[in-house]
Write a protein that binds this ligand. Sequence first.
Ligand SMILES: N[C@H](CCC[C@H](N)C(=O)O)C(=O)O
Length: 296
Amino acid sequence: MHIRFTKMQGAGNDFVVLDETAGPLGLTPAQYRWLADRHFGVGADQILGVRPAPQADVDFEYVIHNNDGGEVEHCGNGARCFVRFVRGRGLTDKRTVRVKVKRGVIELTENVDGGVTVDMGAPVFDLPAVPFNPAGMNPIDHGGWQLWPVALSSETSCGATSGTVNLAVLSMGNPHAVQLVDDVDKAPVLTQGPLIENHPAFPNRVNAGFMQIENRGQIRLRVYERGAGETLACGTGACAAVVAGIRLGLLDQRVQVSTHGGDLTIEWAGREGSPVLMTGPATTVFEGEIDIPESL
Ligand SMILES: N[C@H](CCC[C@H](N)C(=O)O)C(=O)O
């Protein structure tokens, strides 16, 4: 299948964006994996599909696949690239667009200064939304919220990993488990990350965040993403980390999040049901065409 694509990145989290406004391309999970492969395909953390509005109150549908080929509920850095893409290609002249994602409807705005702000929707805390089955676990109360002690143990190629990590578990439409660390540069992201991602307590797997709080308005963050591994930035992960920090009484309502790929600004009023706002960069890297093998 011959396709055109646009390569984009938001704070170093990179995407292949497909214009599917004429209708879905019908790619298989294997073809998504091939397209995202950094050796055999184009290479990306996620593949974003721009599709026609499936309902009257939205402008587009936004479909997201991780580089392991699985479809997911939400992608924050991708949402900023989405609005840059649809406006840049003249698919809309609206400055704010409403898009349908698996988790629901979100609003994306390209600001007059060129930045992009996304209303990421409200965080979800009750466990069934994650879903998270803490059978036999006793949560640790921390400032009126629960941290969950999750036991990790495995002989990995990076060496043995064991011990218990205390995780803040919440959803931004997609599941996140965030822990506090003293220094993200020394955090065991590549050894603990896959163990948390695939832990049996998370039947749908989970994105594993490692948050270093520098002050009440500034954090450093690394995320081992579900279905993609460690990325240079994770938008929903930045939202989840800031919400967790605010719930734990450790952060103010507006936080600068420093990631390996760039900086994001996250705002949350701290009330259940209130939306999380994320502002950050979105850049087109190049346009291309490629033949995707029919059988993989
Ligand atoms: N790996 C995530 C999806 C992409 C999220 C991330 N790239 C973002 O910017 O939010 C998941 O499986 O839930």
